[in-house]
Design a protein around this ligand. Structure first.
Ligand code: NAD
Length: 261
């Protein structure tokens, strides 16, 4: 594999798209790393967007921590219940569907997501590595094992407890300061260093270790594509930058691949 430095010109989005399409047509392995931005058009706020209503006064980075849960499990649990309700009211958007469709046009495509909303799977993506867990699942806060809600024990203070040890249940997501699931992370690094084309979509590129994946991919020879309406630390190393919403540009990429445009 070789690197192909492309002039990044926001004035020439068509030539950028064409070079991406030609790389995609010859690619054997493709990785799409997604962040909160890919779900923004479904109505799920990114962490950088202001939270709404009751939660507007809380900083999410102060709620998504083991310390916050130890201090006030009710507050953290209620925040996740709010996020679950938000998620139940949303559907995958055109960007999620386009990524699922893209898998039919390349020999191997894996989605590596930092999102916990499960929208890629709902849209039909079958190979999804969840780096930060899944909002819908719960686990025992002591034993770290997944527990079905139906099997949980209600506690006197209105929360749920593990049926085995009695510790509080918590969402099966990775909080700030916690390690990522090892199998998911190992596979994510392996896929990233073996791929021909790597997309970084809707991620601010600052939350580690996910933020390192595009750099590893690029160093190993991948063609790096960023899709984000805003500049990020990745923008300067990307071969192609598409400063557009993922729900608009991903369907266009698939359409043009299909029409051999
Ligand atoms: P982030 O909130 O730090 O950054 C989101 C990025 O998406 C920004 O760079 C923004 O410019 C971009 N963006 C916004 N709208 C977009 C669009 N329509 N198309 C393309 N890009 C768009 O998100 P992050 O990098 O994923 O890191 C934050 C952490 O928060 C992650 O760990 C993630 O798990 C978590 N999170 C997840 C969800 C979710 O599951 N949907 C929601 C909020 C936060």
């Amino acid at each position: 594999m070789t690197n192909h430095p492309i002039t990044q010109s926001p004035n020439h989005p068509i030539s950028n798209l064409q070079s991406l399409l030609s790389h995609l047509r010859s690619a054997q392995r493709v990785v799409a790393l997604t962040g909160a931005g890919v779900s923004a058009e479904s109505g799920i706020p990114t962490f950088r967007d202001a939270q709404t209503g009751l939660w507007a006064k809380y900083d999410p980075t102060q709620l998504a921590t083991p310390e916050a849960f130890a201090r006030n499990p009710r507050l953290v649990w209620d925040w996740y219940e709010w996020r679950r309700a938000l998620r139940r009211d949303t559907q995958p958007n055109a960007g999620h569907y386009a990524l699922a469709a893209l898998a039919k046009h390349v020999p191997h495509l894996v989605v590596i997501t930092q999102n916990i909303d499960g929208l890629h799977q709902l849209a039909g993506s079958t190979d999804v590595i969840e780096l930060h867990g899944n909002l819908q699942r719960n686990k025992c806060s002591r034993e770290n094992i997944v527990i079905d809600r139906a099997a949980a024990r209600p506690t006197a203070d209105g929360l749920l407890a593990c049926p085995h040890c009695g510790a509080y249940l918590r969402p099966d997501v990775v909080w700030f300061g916690e390690a990522l699931p090892r199998d998911a992370l190992e596979r994510a690094f392996a896929e990233s260093t073996q791929c021909d084309v790597f997309f970084a979509i809707g991620t601010s590129g600052v939350v580690e270790p996910a933020a390192s994946l595009p750099r590893y991919a690029k160093r190993a020879g991948a063609f790096l594509v960023e899709i984000n309406p805003e500049e990020t630390p990745l923008s300067t190393i990307a071969d192609v930058v598409l400063r557009r919403k993922s729900g608009e540009v991903l369907p266009e990429i698939v359409r043009r691949l299909e029409s051999r445009d």
